[in-house]
Design a protein. Structure first.
Length: 223
């Protein structure tokens, strides 16, 4: 037996602190809780960010700039492996929000639905007809390879920006006001060239400009 075999287990079995066993135990009276205060009472639980009642640090910091957090789109996320593992979809079928709610894979329709392509090593072997706001590229590829069908309805942001999630071109068609302000006006088209005269019609020529009339001298200037 080596010394490291003994010290390796040192402290592995430590006796618990027995409090409230009188002054002679070393942990009597306050039992290690100190004198008064919230921490000495039973039921105390430290709240995250609580600083004893003073103004918290994150509220003392200056606020500036813009954050997109309030406008973030929240999804209910479901993987293909969870769908296929459920008895309702073991042989394929229609996959949409109501069907997933009945299966217990989604809570409700308060959020948009997004389908991800995580699946087991065997891959996807059943035919699914998926209808959701978003479907990842990997999930779409697996579903279509298995003979299924994917329909993306798009989120509210997609509809506002004019994005068709089912088309190959997913670029926004509706430009926002910010983009319109940044665009420059296109230059005016050049004037159309004069058309050639038709046969049998006389060609109109421009009249020569008249010479300007000489100015009459003022009465005071006459000799």
């Amino acid at each position: 037996m080596m010394i490291h075999d003994i010290t390796r287990l040192a402290g592995a079995h430590k006796r618990r602190k027995r409090v409230g066993r009188g002054e002679g135990s070393g942990h009597g009276k306050q039992s290690g809780r100190g004198s008064k205060g919230a921490k000495s009472r039973s039921g105390y639980a430290a709240k995250r960010g609580h600083e004893g009642g003073q103004m918290p640090y994150f509220r003392r910091l200056a606020k500036f700039g813009f954050t997109n957090a309030p406008f973030r789109v929240h999804f209910w996320i479901v993987n293909l492996r969870d769908i296929v593992a459920h008895p309702d979809f073991a042989k394929g079928g229609v996959v949409d929000a109501p069907a997933l709610i009945r299966a217990g894979l989604v809570r409700d329709t308060s959020r948009d639905l997004k389908i991800l392509g995580a699946v087991g090593e065997d891959g996807l072997r059943v035919r699914l007809e998926v209808t959701a706001q978003r479907v990842s590229a990997s999930a779409r590829k697996l579903i279509e390879q298995a003979g299924g069908k994917v329909t993306e309805s798009g989120t509210r942001r997609d509809r506002v920006r004019g994005i068709d999630r089912n088309a190959d071109d997913k670029s926004p068609k509706n430009l926002t006001k910010r983009l319109k302000r940044g665009r420059r006006k296109a230059p005016a088209a050049p004037a159309a060239e004069a058309k050639a005269p038709e046969e049998g019609k006389p060609v109109k020529t421009a009249k020569p400009a008249k010479a300007p009339k000489p100015e009459k001298p003022a009465k005071g200037d006459q000799a």
